[in-house]
Design a binder for this molecule. Sequence first.
Ligand code: BYC
Ligand code: FE
Ligand code: FE
Length: 482
Amino acid sequence: MLDLINVDYSTQIPNNVDLANDRQLLRALGKWHPGYIDWWKSMGPEGFQEKLVYLRTAISVDPKGWAKFDYVRMPEYRWGILLAPQEEGRKVSFGEHIGEPAWQEVPGEHRAMLRRLIVIQGDTEPASVEQQRHLGKTAPSLYDLRNLFQVNVEEGRHLWAMVYLLHKYFGRDGREEADELLVRRSGDADKPRMLGAFNEETPDWLSFFMFTFFTDRDGKMQLESLAQSGFDPLSRTTRFMLTEEAHHMFVGETGIGRIIQRTCEAMKQAGIHDASDVAKVRALGVIDLPTLQKKLNLHYSLTLDLFGSEISTNAANFYNAGLKGRYRENSINDDHRLTNSTYPVLKFIDGNIQHMDEPALTALNMRLRDDYSEDCAKGVERWNKIIEKEGFAYRLALPHVAFNRKIGEFRNMEASPSGIVLPAADWLKAKDEYLPSTSDGDYIASLMKPVMEAGKYAPWIAPPRQGIDNKPGEFEYVKFVA
Ligand code: BYC
Ligand code: FE
Ligand code: FE
């Protein structure tokens, strides 16, 4: 067994940052690492720490072969520090520093802002691992169990990625922030994680798939924006993180897709034509589509809150400073300064939801949220294709952005999923039709019985079309005897 305290950091941590020759960084990481392992063991996947899991490990940044698959015990996973290759002559591509060479060191005037962005990004990564800590116990298959752990170890690596930046570029206060990242806890009353959605529970596998579809997709949008950063190490770090993020969203999209598939097959077999007949569908032991819609409503609205306020001077400052760009900044055809342009922002004015043109700079959160919604809508359409193909008229849809919000324009009002403004009393009456109720939660919980036999699946979810790493159906993704 690998000695976790006395790891040879220069060889045990896959890296392309010449770690072996950076004594100071090695020393700092060496001090941080035991705390990380303690955190992983106490807050990471419960009950499976000694099992052998078939995981991919990032070992290089070569697009053709950046990962290798093998059985590992999770605490021995080789969390690496990998940055996308440096682009020769890269320039700041937006904001007031546009055209200046990208920074290889922290720009002094923007230091505090930059550190805060890195800390917020870093805080979400361990938070999600904490939120998913208990799911192993109820996994619907070894395939899904392995995917959960894959997502978990990679979120762990994303924490490493941010801690690397803090240690390497921010000196003592960077090290203090890195320590704090191991102190906060998802859902803790005294030391919660920084952003709202990361303090919510992930009580069941339907939530897990919705989370990886919706919330990991916020990760994608935010990482894409940070990948534009004029601070080159942040850009290169987040660009590589995006390679891994694709799999997280795959897990969510295919997870929900397989649930839909299974439900439709069961309804067809039982001769049920009306997918909204919840009682009849539940009698089959599968997840009815209206409950899926409610879970979707919940996770989408929680995730929209992660974009911050529609109008934000923080966002304007991040952009002006060249620290955080727009989604696909470089393919947008404008001045990349935004000092004279506007953007239509959805607002709540005199009891009505309406668009208002606002200065584009302060509307950047809204713009990114719009890009996000568009991306989500495509995924929902792919789910609808499955329903349609199975011959049902039911449709899933994203709720209106004003629905169930706690941050921004719509935080002090209530709206239905279709965007109709509701008086508080009406909202309270209708709430259980829009969001998962206690009895919905109980029903889903009743289905969450683990299936731990290779090649077998819980009755509420269809098998995947393809194995991970092209493995056959019977493959033992998690080994219980070492
Ligand atoms: N909860 O100007 P405002 C991921 C605070 S997910 C609590 O509207 P801003 C992942 C805000 O901090 C991606 N507080 O917002 C996914 C500010 O506080 P101060 C994570 C909130 O700053 C799955 C105040 O309210 N990465 O990677 O423009 C699994 C006013 O805020 C919230 C990032 O988010 C909230 N929801 O935008 C694993 C990127 N929203 O400054 C991982 C980095 C706002 O007044 N972060 N507040 O004390 C950012 O770019 C920005 O901080 C935000 C907020 C977009 C989050
Ligand atoms: Fe992540
Ligand atoms: Fe992720």
